[in-house]
Ligand binder design. Structure first.
Ligand SMILES: Nc1ncnc2c1ncn2[C@@H]1O[C@H](COP(=O)(O)OP(=O)(O)OP(=O)(O)O)[C@@H](O)[C@H]1O
Ligand SMILES: [Mg+2]
Length: 220
């Protein structure tokens, strides 16, 4: 069995009296430490699938098997742990908290998941900022960071709890070519050095072609 298996996933949305079949029998296997592009037209259900894999939304039917366990049947408490510790999320907008510095933003998931252990959180966050060459920006607030720096801080925040999966939904959507390449290289390093499985939703063919594999979702 693969490290992460998407099995027979269907997702319908009911809007008024209309049923929208967004995902229909999706089956995908992911191995540990691969970086995969998830492509397809707008409305194909890429974000919907990412939310289901990340335990943010439930499918209408189907299973998500992670490390041999079905996350669909997990309790709310188990799902909290899965979302907090196994999965890191990166979005098109960094969603950094404006009133907190870069360092504090990176520390936050650790503090939330491990009961506010500020000393360890700070130590881990400083190490990540050093690895990402952002240590000299640690006391900057998000508005004092460039778009590329904000996204790299968002990646640092996504991995502070040592997740095994990173779900990145159009992470380079707001970046120029240089910063996009830099971000993708950073994600590639995480796959090779930490064996993290990274799924990147992208509309950018140049980026998709750099990754290990491309999966295309068709619009229903
Ligand atoms: N909560 C919801 N209720 C009803 N319909 C929804 C909901 N969320 C998404 N949809 C519909 O599901 C379809 C897929 O949406 P989704 O956001 O997954 O697409 P996407 O592939 O990520 O598109 P894009 O490339 O534009 O981000 C869209 O047609 C959208 O309108
Ligand atoms: Mg989307």
């Amino acid at each position: 069995m693969a490290f992460l298996e998407i099995q027979n996933i269907c997702k319908d949305f009911i809007v008024g009296s209309t049923k929208l079949n967004v995902l229909e029998d999706i089956n995908i296997s992911f191995e540990k430490g691969e970086i995969v592009a998830l492509c397809g037209p707008s409305g194909a259900g890429k974000s919907t699938l990412m939310n289901i894999i990340g335990g943010l939304d439930k499918p209408t039917s189907g299973d998500i098997i992670y490390n041999g366990e079905n996350i669909i049947s997990k309790s709310d408490t188990e799902l909290d742990i899965y979302r907090g510790c196994e999965v890191g999320f990166v979005f098109q907008n960094s969603y950094l908290l404006d009133d907190f510095t870069a360092l504090e933003n990176v520390m936050m998931p650790y503090q939330l998941s491990f009961n506010d252990d500020t000393k360890t959180a700070k130590q881990y966050a400083l190490k990540l900022l050093e690895d990402f060459q952002l240590i000299d920006r640690k006391d900057h607030y998000p508005k004092e960071l460039s778009g590329g720096e904000q996204q790299r801080i968002a990646v640092a925040r996504a991995i502070i709890n040592s997740p095994n999966i990173i779900l990145a939904d159009e992470p380079t959507g707001n970046l120029d070519r240089t910063n996009s390449n830099h971000l993708i290289e950073l994600l590639q390093t995480l796959t090779s050095e930490k064996s993290i499985t990274v799924i990147v939703v992208t509309h950018d063919e140049l980026i998709a072609n750099k990754l290990d594999r491309i999966i295309k979702l068709e619009k229903k």
